[in-house]
Design a protein around this ligand. Structure first.
Ligand code: ATP
Length: 512
């Protein structure tokens, strides 16, 4: 098992042990690719949602948020193209009986070649030191040039196959590249087939095609069908955005890597309606804005990169992903798509209702173009968990597991710990909690030694622990310990609120 796989295993174990994420219906041996968020997971998730909602909705006066139903009129999905085209190209390995997405097998193959190039470049950098010019090296080193051309060749071929549904040629490409199944190591592949990812169910007691409805595979359509309602009732003027956080469902074929790819997950999406012709300006704006939102968390800029889509979806004229370095490599965390007027146009056609914006200044009426940002809440959760999880060796030779979750997102902000369970210390601790809990999620803990209690708080990412001792009753001071530095300070109870607030307030994330 690789170091990265080990790390993911540790994170999954830790998430379960401390109440962040449990396998769904575990007493029945779980349900594949379905997870439940525990008591700390629910807090972290809420804090991520809050960070997103504040940054997108509250910080933009022209963006409002809605909460649409999961069930929608079935024609929605005809209009959006999901009934006919929301497919994945699948391929099975006959020996391992494992099923893969053909495009993912090819992406992973290209990623391996890319990694070789990066290694070569690092070697060059080490060799030439300060005089190293990466751009020139990329353009002149024969190995790097050859590999880049190879990647480009595969990309072009793959795009052509996907865009033109050439499934036979896709299979040939996998064969020609000698791609093997990671489980069986064999090249014994089936043909490539298309598979629709939507879950269907029946409405009420009627059965048959007419009563068939779908669990939404994305939240975006709930926004498109409400475009006019929101625009009119909110007196919104172009450009404006509608945001939403909610569940989405996809019958993923290869659901794995913990909460990275699930069949039931949550999305945070925002559709920004703009004047046709201005979409590229806004596409750039949202790319930058969203990247900054990620980087503000302080996990290191090198852990993020843009990846332009090779195959544009049927509705897009530009699209990219923000990829993040997960324990299993760089993978999509968020998508930014310029969706043109495709969706509103389709809904106009299928519903017979006009979905336009009338611009009183120019007296024109038009179907706006849309730039969307779409991020998976669960993937964001995993990104935070995996970046925060650290196994540290301390100076005294001991070890600690700490979750250095950005304080504004941490499930608990402060733990209050009476040194002993008597002499009025628990009462004092509860008094302090009552003072803090209106603004900060606070935990009380009186069990075990203080050292053990600190470790427990480290393991769940609590930025501060406050210890109440006998002197507290006399001098009204407590010991406050910082999760990251482990430094302790003696401060007045009256100053606690300010000290904690300075560190855990979301303001810093929002304004930089
Ligand atoms: P992928 O290529 O990984 O399947 P996608 O391109 O289909 O993702 P989008 O349709 O752009 O994803 O969805 C927007 C976001 O929703 C993604 O960036 C991702 O964070 C999240 N997401 C999509 N599918 C899943 C899933 N099965 N489980 C968890 N999150 C998901």
């Amino acid at each position: 098992m690789s170091v990265q796989e080990d790390k993911l295993k540790d994170i999954i174990g830790h998430a379960k042990e401390y109440g962040f994420v449990f396998p769904s219906s575990e007493i029945y041996d779980g349900l594949s690719a379905t997870y439940d968020y525990g008591q700390l997971g629910a807090e972290l998730k809420n804090n991520i949602k809050n960070y997103w909602w504040k940054a997108m909705v509250h910080m933009h006066e022209n963006i409002v948020g809605i909460d649409a139903a999961i069930f929608m009129h079935p024609t929605t999905w005809k209009a959006s193209g999901h009934v006919d085209a929301f497919n994945d190209p699948l391929i099975d390995n006959k020996d391992s009986k494992k099923r893969y997405r053909a495009d993912v097998l090819l992406e992973e193959h290209m990623e391996k070649i890319r990694a070789k190039n990066e290694k070569e470049i690092e070697k060059g950098r080490a060799k030439f030191g300060d005089s190293f010019d990466e751009a020139t090296f990329r353009n002149t080193n024969p190995n790097v040039v050859r590999r880049s051309a190879e990647i480009k060749g595969i990309e072009d071929k793959m795009r052509d196959c996907l865009e033109n549904s050439k499934l036979d040629e896709l299979k040939c490409l996998i064969d020609d590249l000698g791609i093997v199944c990671p489980i069986s190591g064999s090249k014994n592949w089936t043909e490539v087939r298309q598979f629709n990812l939507m879950f269907a169910t029946e409405l009420g007691s009627v059965s048959g095609e007419s009563a068939k409805i779908y669990l939404r595979p994305e939240t975006a359509q709930g926004i498109f069908v409400n475009f006019l309602n929101v625009q009119k009732s909110g007196r919104m003027k172009i450009p404006f955005g509608i945001a939403q956080i909610g569940k989405a469902f996809r019958n993923e074929i290869v659901a794995r890597q913990f909460i990275f790819r699930m069949r039931e997950f949550e999305q945070m999406e925002m559709q920004f309606f703009v004047k046709p012709g201005e979409e590229m300006k806004w596409y750039e704006y949202w790319k930058n804005f969203r990247m900054k939102w990620h980087m503000a968390l302080g996990f290191g800029d090198k852990n993020y990169r843009f990846h332009d889509h090779i195959k544009l979806a049927h509705y897009a004229n530009a699209a990219c992903d923000i990829e993040h370095e997960f324990p299993f490599g760089f993978k999509e965390l968020e998508g930014i798509h310029s969706r043109t007027d495709f969706d509103l146009k389709q809904h106009e056609e299928f519903s017979g209702k006009k979905l336009r914006f009338f611009d009183p200044e120019t007296n024109e009426s038009y179907i706006p173009f849309v730039v969307e940002t779409s991020i998976g809440l669960d993937r964001m959760f995993l990104a935070i968990l995996s970046q925060s999880y650290k196994n540290e060796k301390l100076e005294d030779g001991t070890e600690r597991v700490v979750l250095s979750i950005p304080p504004a997102l941490a499930p608990y902000k402060v733990a209050v710990l009476p040194l002993v369970k008597k002499d009025g210390l628990p009462e004092k601790a509860r008094e302090i909690i009552d003072m803090l809990k209106l603004d900060f999620n606070t935990q009380y803990d009186e069990k075990d030694s203080i050292g053990k209690r600190y470790r427990r708080q480290d393991a769940i990412g609590t930025p501060f622990s406050v210890t109440v001792d006998h002197d507290t009753l006399i001098d009204h001071k407590v010991t406050i310990r910082d999760r990251d530095t482990m430094l302790q300070d003696r401060v007045l109870i009256a100053d606690l609120h300010r000290i904690i607030d300075e560190k855990v307030n979301m303001r810093k994330l929002l304004v930089g």
